[in-house]
Design a protein around this ligand. Structure first.
Ligand SMILES: C[S@@+](CC[C@H](N)C(=O)[O-])C[C@H]1O[C@@H](n2cnc3c(N)ncnc32)[C@H](O)[C@@H]1O
Length: 191
């Protein structure tokens, strides 16, 4: 790998293709044994038919599929990731499962390219802990959510304390509700 590429990778959260494949394989094994776990989680995210949901950091799309089924024909799911392999995996799932309401989106840095205020709910599941510039990232999530929209975010591999500190330091979001599994945030009110 060239020095330039190495430097770019250090700057960004994009993992190597090998790591992505390994993660995908691990998810498949875990999902095989603990399939109801994801369904149980998603039920608590307050997403309803007809909504527009963004699965930010969708990975191979294990949550995207669930969101798509709940959203129905009138709803929409944007599956956003910085890794081209994630987008390829989601496209494969769209074809295999016939998910007409899913649009895969390749992000660049913290730019999803999605329209302003397009989402009722943004879900950032098992990914916030890898984000190197949390305030910039949370700013992008703020841009794409509707003014009365919601962010569902979890800790992943960091402590709850760290998750909350990053969210509150960003000045973009306030925590509305939290459970052991995830936090629900709304936009900081603009007076
Ligand atoms: C551990 S995986 C989780 C995937 C999925 N959310 C799940 O729980 O199955 C984290 C994903 O976040 C993506 N990611 C990391 N940084 C990102 C960024 N800045 N923008 C979009 N996606 C990002 C990674 O490429 C990876 O696919």
């Amino acid at each position: 790998m060239s020095i330039k590429k190495r430097a770019e990778r250090r700057e960004s959260e994009k993992m190597s293709s090998f790591s992505f494949h390994l993660m995908d394989l691990t998810f498949r094994v875990v999902d095989f044994f603990f399939r109801p776990y994801i369904d149980k989680r998603v039920k608590k995210f307050d997403i309803r038919e007809g909504m527009t949901v963004v699965d930010y950091g969708c990975g191979p799309g294990r949550y995207t599929i669930r969101f798509s089924r709940i959203m129905g024909e009138m709803g929409k799911v944007y599956a956003v990731d910085i890794h081209d392999l994630a987008i390829t995996a989601v496209k494969r799932k769209i074809t295999k499962e016939g998910l007409g309401n899913v649009k895969p989106v390749l992000a660049s840095g913290y730019d999803s390219g999605l329209p302003d205020c397009c989402a009722d709910v943004v879900c950032a599941i098992d990914m916030f802990f890898v984000i190197k510039k949390p305030s910039e990232f949370l700013g992008e999530l703020k841009r794409i959510v509707k003014s009365d929209g919601m962010l569902v975010i979890d800790d992943g591999h960091q402590s709850r304390e760290e998750t909350k500190r990053k969210i509150l330091n960003s000045d973009h979001w306030e925590i509305k509700e939290e459970s052991k599994d995830h936090l629900k945030c709304i936009l900081v009110s603009r007076v």
